[in-house]
Design a protein around this ligand. Structure first.
Ligand SMILES: Cc1cc2nc3c(=O)[nH]c(=O)nc-3n(C[C@H](O)[C@H](O)[C@H](O)COP(=O)(O)OP(=O)(O)OC[C@H]3O[C@@H](n4cnc5c(N)ncnc54)[C@H](O)[C@@H]3O)c2cc1C
Length: 535
């Protein structure tokens, strides 16, 4: 490993690689240091389906991003739009208007251009035919604002990013765990890294932290998310233990965002403690809007049809963790089984099947079967069967008179076979992290940028609170990764750093969502505001 370079990027997931590519494009020498061995590299990003939430004003934007789209495919699909205003609305509503307005604005307004940048570099995209659209009368209709995925999912995305990085001359070191930032009053000058049992130093004019949240650290989960979170399973990499956050806080960085919040979903009850790359995201069970969830007491406990899956799945893991025994069963009948997502058909699924509801309830391990049967019968009786079922829209086919309602897509469970799937809580990533400015510079506890230190990806705090719109993680990582890489490559050379710190740091106006306009800022849509705010 060379002891000196221009930009060191810590981590080798999507955010890190986007930072590395942007810095390399700008002419910087870039060294990527990844803690995992090469066979386990790619971070959480490799575990994903590669779904990106990005702005498009119509099919022309999608065609520009996916030139492989054929005329027949376009004709047989209703892609709708996902405008900046829609993205802002979703971010505001889903985060209860707590999202940092500046970070949110960058995410939304840079999403389309960042996707085009990735595509121009060689990342291929395609529509999410299988998971975000139901085919009705021969036509696909996309819903939930999530339309684009990387070709080959997370593995395809990471393979492309690694290939492009190498083509651009980026060096990637695996099994290289960064343990410390080299910093003084003038900022950050490099890192200490441990590889093959030896610790060495790499000096650099800029360091980009892109090494994930603290989801894989059971102790920190318990400390910050709360009691019981040590019992959750981790959906992805075992290497995201909060080290980037720790290193930055140790040199005075400010913490930001929703430290008690995280993204967590329904995940197979018998899945391993950490993700398995051979299964990828297959342990998730995201078709619950088509069925009902039953806990150990035989009771329902969430509105399975409160909104499209994209807008509820990331908070329902927490709801499952709060149930007795930290598990639930998802129950479906023969009418919807053909509509279940592909992850329901993997051989590792914890599934029971029966021809009657009684027979099914008797097989629900650790559940009060009599109570479960009574709950399912009460549910069946409460369905508004006079309202038409339409999985492509929020159809309003709900229940009447139940303490826990189901608001959309309610169907009586009356058609054999009946199937149930056991799920527990799978944590995806944590929401608390570091404070950034618009140039992806890490801000210190006094509100000044720390010279030479940038960040992107999961460890950025302030974007997501309590919940999360699906597909925003990769998009945020790409947007802020690109900004961080550009900023890092533009920083002053190492030797030119002046000791007078204020000359290289800019105070940051702390923008509170409410002070900055709160709800009205989102309902109006920042897209309508002067584009001067956008770099
Ligand atoms: C199963 C699953 C499915 C998902 N599906 C989607 C999806 O379809 N769409 C979406 O938008 N999001 C999805 N997500 C969320 C998404 O994975 C993350 O938001 C995003 O990938 C995070 O990217 P990142 O680059 O910040 O982190 P990561 O991709 O996790 O990369 C961080 C890297 O840093 C390395 N690292 C950690 N500590 C150190 C250290 N001390 N030194 C060196 N390296 C270190 C890690 O080994 C890791 O490789 C999913 C997540 C999971 C787990």
């Amino acid at each position: 490993m060379k002891p000196e370079t221009d930009v060191v990027v810590i981590g080798a997931g999507n955010a890190a690689l986007c930072a590395a590519l942007a810095a390399a494009e700008a002419g910087a020498r870039v060294l990527v240091l990844e803690r995992a061995p090469e066979v386990e590299s790619g971070g959480n990003s490799r575990f994903t389906a590669g779904a990106f939430r990005c702005v498009y004003d119509g099919v022309d934007d999608l065609r520009a991003l996916m030139p492989d789209l054929t005329d027949a495919e376009v004709e047989n699909a209703d892609f709708g739009t996902y405008t900046e205003a829609q993205f802002f609305d979703d971010m505001g509503r889903i985060t209860e208007y707590r999202t940092d307005p500046e970070l949110c604005e960058l995410l939304v307004t840079r999403s389309r251009a960042t996707m085009r940048w990735m595509q121009a570099l060689g990342v291929r995209f395609m529509p999410i035919w299988g998971r975000q659209a139901y085919r009705i009368d021969g036509r696909f209709k996309f819903w939930g604002g999530l339309t684009v995925e990387a070709w080959g999912g997370g593995p395809g995305l990471m393979d492309s990013l690694y290939r492009v990085a190498r083509d651009l001359g980026v060096t990637i070191e695996f099994g290289a765990r960064v343990t410390e930032l080299i910093a003084d009053d003038d900022g950050v000058h490099g890192v200490r890294v441990r590889q093959d049992g030896r610790t060495s130093e790499v000096r650099a004019r800029a360091v980009v932290l892109a090494c994930g949240g603290f989801e894989s650290n059971a102790e920190w989960r318990t400390r910050y998310l709360g009691p019981g979170w040590d019992l959750a399973k981790v959906r992805g990499t075992r290497f995201n233990t909060g080290e980037g956050i720790r290193m930055a806080l140790a040199i005075g960085a400010a913490s930001a965002g929703n430290w008690s919040g995280c993204h967590a979903v329904g995940w197979d009850r018998n899945a391993p403690d950490f993700g398995d790359l051979a299964v990828g995201d297959g342990f998730q069970k995201h078709s619950y809007p088509l069925g009902v969830l039953i806990n150990a007491k035989g009771e329902r406990f969430v509105d399975e049809g409160a909104d499209f899956r994209n807008f509820t799945y990331a908070k329902y893991g927490r709801a499952i963790l709060a149930q007795p025994g930290q598990f639930a069963w998802q129950v479906f009948d023969g009418k919807v089984i053909p509509m279940l997502r592909d992850e329901y058909r993997i051989k590792q699924a914890t599934r029971v099947r029966a021809d009657t509801l009684e027979g099914l309830c008797a097989q629900l391990e650790d559940v009060d079967a009599a109570a479960a049967l009574a709950t399912l019968r009460a549910f069946n009786a409460a369905v508004m069967t006079d309202v038409a079922f339409d999985p492509n829209s929020k159809d309003g086919r709900g229940t009447v008179g139940l303490a826990t309602p189901k608001s959309n897509w309610a169907n009586p469970l009356d058609t054999p076979p009946f199937e149930a799937y056991a799920v527990t809580c799978g944590v995806t990533f944590t929401f608390g992290g570091l404070k950034l400015d618009r140039d992806a510079r890490v801000i210190d506890a006094d509100g000044a940028a720390i010279p030479g230190l940038y960040a992107a990806g999961e460890l950025v705090g302030g974007l997501f609170y309590n919940n999360y719109p699906g597909g925003s993680g990769l998009m945020a990582g790409a947007v802020f990764g690109r900004i961080a890489g550009e900023s890092a490559s533009n920083g002053p050379p190492l030797e030119a750093r002046v000791s007078n710190r204020h000359l290289t740091s800019t105070p940051v106006a702390v923008a509170h969502p409410r002070a900055a306009g709160g709800r009205s800022r989102f309902t109006r849509g920042l897209a309508d505001e002067p584009s001067a705010a956008v770099r």
